[in-house]
Ligand binder design. Structure first.
Ligand code: NCD
Length: 308
C-alpha cells in the first residue's frame, strides 16, 4: 500500500507516468468514467479548502466512485478530542482511500502509519502540499511542453507557503531550472529549503525583494498569497499582505510567453485585470488539478491500467 506525503514519494519516472495518465484522462474521460465504481474516497479536512477538497471529490465522482467526509474540524470528532490516529482507523473501515488536510505539520504522516487505506496529504500546515505540486507539474508540462530548462520566479509568502516548498522539492529533479525567490525579508524561504534542498543539490537560485527586478527574465511566475492563518499577529499580516500586486502595468516588464501560475485562492496579489491576459494560466491550472487527482487516485488504488 502506498501513501502520498511529499512529491518525492514518486520517482521522476513514476511522475512521468502519472502525468501521462492525467493527460490521457483529459483527452478520453469516458475511458475512465467507471474505473472506480464501488470505491469510496474520504476527504478529511481539518482546515478550510475549496479547490483541493472539491477537486478530489470531483475526481472520484468522475471515476464513477463515491465520496464521504468532513470539511472542518468542528464538524468531526476532533472537536471532542479524538486523535488523528484514532480517526484514521475508523475511516479505514468506511472508505478505500482518503485525502487529509490538517493545520499541524506531519498529521497526515501520523495518520498513514495507522491507516489500512492509502492516505494522501492534502496540505499539512506550512509544510507540504504534494497534490498541488502534481497539479503545477501537469500544468507546466502541458502548457509549456517541458519540465526543465526554464527560469521560474516564486513570489510572495515563501516562508509559510507550503505549495512553494513542495514545488521546489519536486522541480530540483529536472534539468536546467533557475529559481528566483521573490519575497519580503520577513517572508523569505525557510533554511530547510534554502540549505537542505537548494544548496545541497547545487541548484541555481537567487533571492530578490522586488518583483519588477525579476520579471524580465522569467519564463514562469508562481504567485502566492500571504498566508494569514499562519501569522502570529494580525498587524504583521496587514503590513505584508499587499507587498506584491501584479497588475497590467507591471506585466509590461515580462516577456510575451511568461506563464503566470497561482495555486489560488488569490487575495490581492494578482489584480483581476490580469485574468484576461493570455499569460494568465491559474484558472486552467485549477482544471488540471482534477485530472491529476484522478490519475493519483487510480494509481494509489492500483487501477490505472494501461495508457494508450
Ligand atoms: C493552497 C494551500 O492550501 O496551501 N491552496 C490550494 O490548495 N490550492 C494555497 C493557499 O491557500 O494559499
Amino acid at each position: 500500500m502506498r501513501h502520498l506525503m511529499s512529491p518525492l514519494d514518486f520517482s521522476v519516472e513514476e511522475l512521468d507516468k502519472l502525468l501521462d495518465l492525467a493527460n490521457d484522462i483529459e483527452k478520453n474521460p469516458e475511458k475512465y468514467a467507471h474505473r472506480c465504481a464501488g470505491k469510496k474516497l474520504a476527504t478529511l479536512f481539518y482546515e478550510p479548502s475549496t479547490r483541493t477538497r472539491l477537486s478530489f471529490e470531483a475526481a472520484m465522482l468522475n471515476l464513477g466512485g463515491s465520496v464521504l467526509g468532513f470539511s472542518s474540524a468542528d464538524s468531526s470528532s476532533a472537536a471532542k478530542g479524538e486523535s488523528v490516529a484514532d480517526t484514521i482507523q475508523i475511516i479505514s473501515c468506511y472508505a478505500d482511500i482518503c485525502a487529509m488536510r490538517h493545520p499541524k505539520e506531519g498529521a497526515p504522516l501520523i495518520a498513514s502509519m495507522k491507516s489500512r487505506i492509502p492516505v494522501i496529504n492534502a496540505g499539512d500546515g506550512g509544510h507540504q502540499h504534494p497534490t498541488q505540486t502534481l497539479t503545477d507539474l501537469l500544468t507546466i508540462r502541458s502548457l509549456k511542453g517541458r519540465l526543465g530548462n526554464f527560469t521560474i520566479g516564486l513570489c510572495g509568502d515563501l516562508k509559510f507557503g507550503r505549495t512553494v516548498h513542495s514545488l521546489i522539492q519536486a522541480l530540483i529533479r529536472y534539468p536546467d531550472i533557475q529559481f528566483v525567490l521573490i519575497s519580503p525579508e520577513e517572508l523569505r524561504i525557510p533554511d530547510s529549503i534554502r540549505d537542505d534542498v537548494l544548496r545541497r543539490n547545487h541548484q541555481q537560485f537567487r533571492e530578490v525583494v522586488r518583483l519588477e527586478e525579476a520579471l524580465p527574465e522569467l519564463d514562469l511566475l508562481y504567485m502566492t498569497r500571504v498566508q494569514r492563518e499562519r501569522f502570529f499577529n494580525e498587524e504583521d499580516y496587514v503590513r505584508m499582505k499587499d507587498f506584491y500586486i501584479l497588475d497590467k502595468e507591471k506585466l509590461k516588464l515580462a516577456g510575451p510567453d511568461m506563464m503566470i501560475l497561482h495555486p489560488l485562492p488569490r487575495v490581492n496579489e494578482i489584480s483581476v485585470e490580469v485574468d484576461d491576459d493570455p499569460r494568465a494560466a491559474y484558472f486552467r491550472q485549477a482544471q488540471y488539478g482534477v485530472y491529476v487527482r484522478m490519475a493519483l487516485i487510480l494509481t494509489l488504488l492500483g487501477l490505472e491500467g494501461t495508457v494508450c
